[in-house]
Design a protein. Structure first.
Length: 285
């Protein structure tokens, strides 16, 4: 990986399934306790990558993550994101300071631009580099960037420090396989898949694809979601950050890291969920 980052730290090589911070909706006290317990359970299982953003719950998710990792900061690879409307040079630095305060830490392991906005990339990247020099972030990346936007990043002076692109990727939305994954692999950029269970669109048991997943899961004494995660992380350049609101979900997700699919099984899943034509624009949630 770039900038001396070891793959096991960015997206642990033996744990292609990572954690994602909760908070895109309101959490009552019981949900909050469950989410914190889920994050801590993930750390116990070795899933060290926690992803959050200032947008999630208007900062509430960062506060929740900060509580979950209190006393365990050294065990965590911590990622947050700046909103495009805050991504001027001064705005990015201010947003990072606010995120650090909510998270209760002095540094982020990686800081992302949540999606392309109106501010020039030169300003945002200059801010990222300034934050690196002061030690407030250790690396930076982008989210929801298609190849044209990634090419624009390359034309910025410090763009060689780009370490990842976080994008939508699940069995029924494989658009990034057309061009984004090949581009990132060519340039040594990690691909981070969010919503790998389809954001409420996971294949049902009566669908053709759902039946294929069930058959393969039964052969491995695994769950269908573990099979889906294993398929999505079959490339070494890619890992997934599924949401997990309970310790049980986290335990199930972690089990996918130990699942070994055969080439024939991968081909069956590939055939059950056709790639389709390349869309005009990269889907985004």
């Amino acid at each position: 990986m770039k900038n001396g980052m070891e793959q096991r730290r960015f997206g642990p090589a033996s744990r292609e399934v990572a954690l994602i911070g909760q908070g895109t909706w309101y959490l009552d006290s019981a949900d909050r306790r469950s989410a914190i317990a889920a994050l801590r359970r993930g750390l116990d299982l070795g899933l060290t990558h926690i992803d959050t953003a200032e947008m999630y719950g208007s900062g509430a998710a960062e506060e929740l993550v900060g509580e979950a990792i209190f006393g365990r900061r050294a065990d965590v690879f911590l990622v947050s994101k700046v909103l495009p409307q805050n991504a001027s040079r001064a705005g990015t630095i201010a947003a990072c300071d606010r995120s650090l305060a909510r998270l209760g830490t002095d540094r982020l392991d990686c800081y992302l631009l949540h999606w392309r906005g109106g501010y020039p990339l030169e300003e945002t990247i200059a801010a990222f580099e300034q934050l690196k020099r002061t030690g407030k972030i250790l690396s930076w990346g982008v989210s929801n960037f298609d190849v044209p936007d990634l090419e624009k990043v390359l034309r910025v002076g410090d763009a060689g420090n780009l370490v990842c692109n976080q994008v939508l990727y699940h069995l029924e939305e494989r658009a990034i396989e057309h061009a984004v994954i090949p581009w990132c692999e060519k340039h040594g950029v990690a691909v981070v898949a969010y919503s790998p269970f389809g954001h409420g669109r996971f294949p049902g048991p009566r669908s053709t694809g759902g039946r294929v997943l069930q058959q393969i899961a039964a052969d491995h004494q695994a769950t269908v979601r573990q099979v889906a995660l294993r398929f999505l992380t079959r490339r070494t350049s890619l890992f997934a950050v599924p949401k997990a609101s309970s310790p049980g979900h986290v335990t199930e997700n972690a089990g996918a890291a130990n699942l070994k699919l055969t080439e024939a099984e991968i081909a069956r899943i590939d055939g059950a969920f056709p790639l389709g034509s390349r869309p005009a624009h990269l889907p985004m949630l």
